[in-house]
Design a protein. Structure first.
Length: 341
């Protein structure tokens, strides 16, 4: 949860793009990594200045191979932290952080979860190498921007400036009276059909799907005790896209076949998602999908029409049209231990 506190007040993760920047020249008026990075720097000059840190260079990385070690290695594995002893801001390597973890405020769980998500969806992002200067030293990090929206998803330095556990009591309360946007999954599911003969599965076709987007979490003060502050939460979901994964299996490519098609029809930026998919498994030529007089069209085909195309085997066309329901809960945050904070 701590990762959202500074994020709310500094606006590091952005949903809109701007062409105004004191660091970089103007770009065309659409969302891209250039405009997002420009806006991040412009909007957070005070934050960077307070910490004595700044971005001095950026470079688009083409055909870079992504793995977990890249985030934690000697070249890019740098993280901003506060020391528990004197609350001094500094930048340390991942190795230093693990060796002296008891001496720094750092929550590894959301960081590693985010990195794991990135590794699964690396092709969805533009990757930019950022060069930082802090305390006469230079550091590099890799920033991941959504290719479609230009939005910053993760960077060791930028992301973790919003996970710092050092805060003032007043700003802490103000932050929690606002909102937080968290990337996540709103809904998920799967479907599968099988062609079976003599109790043996000869072919299988299916789909797994996840509704990707952002949870907008609103915090309202509830009460506090000697140790914690308690907030009621209400979360609503805004759909970005639906991620599909195909399921396919055949015992013999010559004798059996499968069919799979899908369309994401979600309006986007609402809590409603909509998609269609067609799946089939059976013997070769058991699905009349390429009928010249009545060609298959994923957008126009009816479930009944698809069923009529099945000569042998098993399949169906399905349309999913649903809304992600709001979620409600309560969270507790420890009060600052230092009375002077």
């Amino acid at each position: 949860m701590k990762k959202g506190l500074l994020l709310i007040t500094t606006g590091i993760i952005l949903s809109a793009c701007s062409n105004d920047s004191d660091y970089f020249p103007s770009f065309k008026n659409d969302c891209s990594w250039e405009t997002s990075l420009s806006e991040i720097i412009t909007d957070n000059q005070t934050v960077f200045s307070d910490r004595g840190i700044k971005i001095t260079n950026m470079q688009f990385m083409k055909d870079i191979s992504i793995d977990r070690d890249l985030f934690l290695g000697d070249k890019y594995g740098f993280f901003p932290v506060y020391s528990k002893l004197d609350s001094v801001f500094t930048v340390v390597t991942y190795g230093q952080l693990m060796r002296d973890s008891a001496n720094y405020f750092f929550d590894t769980i959301p960081v590693f979860n985010t990195i794991n998500d990135l590794l699964e969806e690396a092709d969805d992002f533009d990757i930019v190498e950022l060069t930082w200067q802090y305390d006469d030293n230079k550091y590099n990090s890799l920033a991941f921007f959504n290719k479609r929206t230009g939005e910053l998803r993760y960077d060791n330095m930028l992301y973790n400036m919003s996970t710092l556990s050092h805060y003032k009591k007043e700003s802490f309360s103000r932050a929690l009276n606002n909102t937080e946007m968290i990337n996540g999954v709103g809904d998920s599911g799967n479907d599968c059909v099988e062609y079976i003969q003599n109790n043996c599965v000869l072919a299988r076709s299916g789909i797994e799907w996840e509704v990707k987007g952002k949870w907008r979490i609103v915090y309202q003060y509830h009460y506090s005790d000697d140790d914690s502050i308690y907030y009621n939460t209400s979360s609503t979901f805004a759909v970005d896209h639906v991620k599909f994964t195909r399921i396919r299996y055949v015992t013999d490519e010559v004798l059996y076949d499968t069919y799979y098609d899908k369309r994401d029809l979600s309006p986007g930026n609402t809590s409603t998602y909509k998609f269609r998919y067609a799946i089939w498994a059976g013997p070769k030529n058991g699905l009349n999908i390429y009928d010249g007089n009545n060609p298959f069209n994923m957008n126009l085909e009816s479930p009944e029409g698809f069923a009529n195309r099945i000569i042998a085997g098993c399949g169906r066309l399905v349309e999913q049209n649903s809304t992600v329901s709001p979620r409600y809960g309560q969270v507790a945050f420890p009060k600052p231990q230092n009375p002077n904070d």
